[in-house]
Design a protein around this ligand. Structure first.
Ligand code: TXA
Ligand code: MG
Length: 325
């Protein structure tokens, strides 16, 4: 099997209809969101959900984010407290996922929520929302990559990794945000950060006037309670906070500062010469793949400031560098 690729800019109506038709048949479809490319399936269809896990080679069932077209559709499936509602009104469509209690009677299948009584929900920007509206059902969509590998930010990334396992990829050009959504859960007067992502903690604090509570120790998700698992892993090992480059390493630089020995690097890419964290996030996964493509002994990554979107970038880099299990 080889996936058909439909380019959005060429024929958006055809892309919309074919994606909705395939999804209605229970087939997973790779499609663009503003964060990363998602492997989408009907969140109410257990066969379709099982196919997501098979296609990704995910070893076990994790709760998946359910994507909806708008706040009204979200309300059909989840119960909103006032702060979650405020966040949804402010940041949707956009890279914020809210963990909310499931509404009784929702057709979202337990395979999408891993049997929890909560659901992770977000409204994506653009095409993905249009598909959901046409299908009329929520879409579960993890990133469209083999489990453990670097997330895709282009249709080409998806095709190289999963093209032979898929029937349809929608090409919406480069994903503008480049890292996955921020996941939060409101509990009473507390906002817990479950995964840093495309919306910074500062922005959420500014809108709610409430401090974000981070898990103790390294960022964790329900997928990885209490530990950093290897994830987003390129083929080569990754060395973080590098202030110099060693022979046969590839360098991922950031900002204008030169890195000692960089002229000896096997390859040098710069996430953002201007030191712009949003630009760095958008380039992160593509440049990890580019650095890996020169088959270096190791990938050295320059320090990234732990502020704004830097928190999400450093979270993904820490997972890319974690011991391989
Ligand atoms: O940007 C994104 O969020 C991308 C694009 C495709 O939209 N999607 C994505 O989805 O990253 P996914 O399904 O891989 O995210 C799953 C993670 C879980 O590992 C868990 O951390 C969190 O979302 N999650 C989902 N449901 C949850 C729940 N009920 N409680 C706590 N965490 C949950
Ligand atoms: Mg992923």
């Amino acid at each position: 099997m080889t996936a058909r690729i439909i380019h959005l800019a060429t024929d958006e109506e055809r892309a919309l209809q074919e994606a909705a038709d395939a999804l209605a048949e229970g087939l997973p479809v790779a499609l663009p969101t503003e964060t990363v490319y998602g492997l989408a399936a009907d969140a109410t269809n257990p066969t379709a959900l099982t196919r997501i896990y098979e296609t990704k080679g995910r070893p076990r069932f994790n709760p998946l984010i359910c994507h909806v077209a708008d706040l009204a559709m979200a309300r059909e499936h989840a119960v909103f407290d006032p702060i979650s509602q405020l966040l949804a009104e402010h940041f949707w469509p956009g890279p914020l996922t809210l963990v909310l209690p499931l509404r009784e009677g929702t057709p979202i299948h337990p395979l999408a929520t891993a049997g929890l009584d909560t659901v992770g929900m977000r409204v994506p920007v653009g095409f993905a929302s249009a598909v959901i509206r046409r299908l009329g059902r929520p879409l579960a969509a993890p990133s469209a990559n083999t489990s453990g590998k670097v997330s895709p930010t282009s249709a080409q990334h998806v095709d190289e990794d999963l093209g032979e396992k898929l029937t349809l990829i929608i090409d919406g050009d480069a994903a503008p945000v480049g890292v996955e959504s921020t996941i939060v859960r409101v509990e009473g007067n507390t906002i817990r950060l479950l995964r840093p992502g495309g919306i910074s903690a500062d922005e959420i604090e500014a809108v709610t006037g409430m401090p974000i509570v981070r898990p103790e120790g390294p960022a964790t998700t329900i997928e990885a309670p209490g530990m950093l698992v290897s994830h987003y892993a390129p083929g080569a090992p990754v060395r973080l906070n590098a202030v110099d480059v060693e022979p046969d390493e590839a360098l991922i630089a950031f900002g204008a500062r030169d890195v000692a020995g960089q002229n000896k690097a096997r390859a040098v890419v710069n996430l953002s010469p201007a030191g712009d964290l949003a630009e760095a996030a958008a380039n992160l996964f593509d440049y990890l793949k580019k650095a890996d493509a020169v088959a270096p002994r190791r990938i050295a990554v320059a320090p990234i400031p732990e502020e704004g979107l830097g928190e999400a970038i450093n979270d993904r880099l820490a997972r890319a560098a974690a011991p391989r299990g």
